[in-house]
Structures are given as structure tokens and as C-alpha cells.
Ligand binder design. Structure first.
Ligand SMILES: Nc1ncnc2c1ncn2[C@@H]1O[C@H](COP(=O)(O)OP(=O)(O)O)[C@@H](O)[C@H]1O
Ligand SMILES: [Mg+2]
Length: 308
């Protein structure tokens, strides 16, 4: 379990994180989302005990990370934004080095290292020098070092950044397969990544939570907030007014080239009436279809409304 309460971090005059609170259970995979500079890395450094907060508390599996950092860190696996890979070590030397730092027991060390190498798909490069590996492989080594102590809480700071599309897919698959009964926090500014991997999402902006939701609820909300795209031959006179007059319509926005975006009142179905209206008025109906809100739109909405 990860329990974060009223976390605040100031760098001089800048408040990077402000009164952040959330709680995660085992099995939760949190997408920690926000634009650059939102405070994601700062939050993760605090949660993992690498930096003290200005204010607030963090408990990892019931242990206070600031009161008992060694004990708390034992159950954490952390992939920092820039993992400190030792470029002149081989993969296996490096993992052995990390296992020692993390006090992995002598007896289990070797099997643990082989297990994470297998798991992360780096067994075949175990004797290669890290500095000679591709970015995708280096990222796998970064994830492997986070896993070497068999952590119940896995914290990954932008794990797919800088990878090519094929590597991104592979790393996402890997992360998905790692979740299980762990608690995973994954920061990203890539929205589809969240829908693909996560069960929960927190969006932060300027250090504050602007949205916290389970992905299931979020997708339900996005579906129910569906609007309708009506495309006609050309923008005609009085179309907007006539659509409004149907009732059950909360807004009509004309777009380019004969397009209208219609938002029905909650739960109302207006497509049939709309198509009849378009035909009766000879607007030249070309298209009528629902448009689902994407996570991207939700993101932009919460980010921009928060700024006002
Ligand atoms: N060590 C630091 N000293 C001063 N300001 C910092 C430091 N680290 C981060 N910041 C600032 O804090 C804010 C949050 O940064 P960061 O946590 O890195 O955001 P993110 O990871 O979401 O991009 C930014 O405005 C950043 O410039
Ligand atoms: Mg960051």
C-alpha cells in the first residue's frame, strides 16, 4: 500500500508539489499524468525517499519513508528519470552491484538476478557492457535493477521516454506483465499509455491534483459525455437554431465545412431527430456519428480549466 498525505515541496519560492494526497492498494497501477514541470518527478523522488518533502507524510506498506527509510526502501523498486547506469559495467555486474546495495540476501541473489534478467528480456545481453546497449535495452536494465529486490511497490518515472515505437510497445508489455499484486506508479505525459497500462489515473498540474479517477469510471464518463458530429453539404442559415429547437440539446457548435458538434443533454438520444431534421430541411446530410471524448480531451480540459 502507498499512502501519500498532504505532500508539499518547495524549491525556494517555487512550489513544485502542493498538498498532494492519494492512496493506492496492491494491484493498483497508477498513471501519474501531467505536463512537463507538473511535479511528477519531484513527487516520485519524495515517495521513494530520495528527497524530503517540505511538508507531508508518505507510508509505504505501513512504514513511514522518512522515519524508517531503510525499511521502507526495501520494498520499493524505483526507475528514476535518468537511471544511474554504470556504463562500463556488464549487465550482470551492474545487477549484482545493485543487489548488494539493496541488501538482497546472499542465498537468493544469484537466482533473483537471473530471474529479473529473464523477466526483462536481457538474459542474452548479460555479459555486454551497458554503455554499448541500445536505449531500449538500457531501459530494460533500468527496470531490472528496480525489480532486483522483488519490490511490492514499483515506481517508474517516464519509463518509455526516448524509446522508438517498437521499444515503447515492448516496455509497455513488460510493465503490464509486472503489475500483478504489486502497486505500480508510472509517470508519463503520453496519454494512450495510461489507457493501455493503468487501472487508475491522477492528473497533476502545477503540483496539484486536478483529476483522480479509476480508468473504468473515466471511460464511462467519457462515453456518457459523448457528443455528435453532424456533417452537411455546407453551413446553412439557421441550422444551429433549428437543432437547438429540438430540445434535449445542450450545445451546438458549428465547425468548418458544414460540420456541427452537438452535445445532447445527459442521457438523451437525439440522432434520429437530427437526421430527420437534416433531411426535411435539405441540408445535404453527409455524416452523423457519435464522437467519444478522448483522454486527451479530458486532459486538456482539466489542465486548461485549472489555469483559469
Ligand atoms: N532541484 C530543483 N530545484 C529547483 N526547482 C526544481 C528542481 N527540480 C524540479 N524543479 C522544478 O519543480 C517543478 C516540477 O518539476 P518536476 O517534478 O521535474 O516535474 P515533472 O517531472 O512533472 O516534469 C518544475 O517547475 C521544475 O523546474
Ligand atoms: Mg519528470
Amino acid at each position: 500500500m502507498v499512502y501519500v498525505h498532504n505532500l508539499t515541496k518547495r524549491y525556494g519560492n517555487l512550489t513544485a508539489v502542493e498538498n498532494l494526497s492519494f492512496q493506492l492498494e496492491r494491484g493498483d497501477v497508477l498513471g501519474f499524468l501531467g505536463p512537463n514541470g507538473a511535479g511528477k518527478t519531484t513527487t516520485m523522488r519524495i515517495i521513494t525517499g530520495y528527497m524530503p518533502p517540505t511538508k507531508g507524510t508518505v507510508h509505504i506498506e505501513g512504514v513511514d519513508i522518512f522515519d524508517e527509510p531503510l525499511q521502507a526502501k526495501r520494498v520499493i523498486g524505483y526507475l528514476p528519470e535518468n537511471p544511474p547506469l554504470y556504463n562500463d559495467m556488464t549487465v550482470m555486474e551492474y545487477l549484482s552491484f545493485v543487489a548488494d546495495i539493496k541488501k538482497v540476501g546472499r542465498k537468493e541473489k544469484k537466482s533473483r538476478i537471473f530471474y529479473v534478467m529473464e523477466r526483462c528480456g536481457i538474459a542474452e545481453v548479460r555479459r555486454r557492457i551497458i554503455g554499448h546497449l541500445s536505449k531500449g535495452y538500457r531501459q530494460r536494465v533500468g527496470i531490472a535493477q528496480a525489480l532486483v529486490n522483488n519490490p511490492s511497490v514499483l515506481i517508474l518515472d517516464e519509463p518509455t521516454i526516448g524509446l522508438d515505437p517498437r521499444q515503447i510497445i515492448e516496455i509497455r508489455e513488460l510493465i503490464k506483465s509486472l503489475s500483478g499484486d504489486r502497486t505500480v506508479i508510472l509517470s508519463t505525459h503520453i496519454l494512450p499509455e495510461v489507457t493501455m497500462i493503468c487501472s487508475k489515473v491522477i492528473i497533476i498540474n502545477h503540483g496539484k491534483i486536478v483529476l483522480e479517477e479509476s480508468l473504468q469510471k473515466l471511460s464511462e464518463d467519457m462515453r456518457s459525455a459523448e457528443s455528435i458530429l453532424l456533417r452537411t453539404r455546407q453551413n446553412g442559415e439557421g441550422v444551429v437554431e433549428k437543432i437547438h429547437a429540438l430540445g434535449n440539446v445542450s450545445s451546438v457548435k458549428p465547425g468548418a465545412a458544414g460540420e456541427y458538434i452537438i452535445v445532447p443533454r445527459k442521457g438523451a438520444e437525439v440522432r434520429e431527430e437530427l437526421s430527420r431534421l437534416a433531411v426535411e430541411n435539405d441540408w445535404g446530410l453527409l455524416e452523423l456519428r457519435p464522437v467519444t471524448n478522448t483522454l486527451e480531451e479530458v486532459f486538456l480540459k482539466v489542465i486548461s480549466s485549472e489555469g483559469n
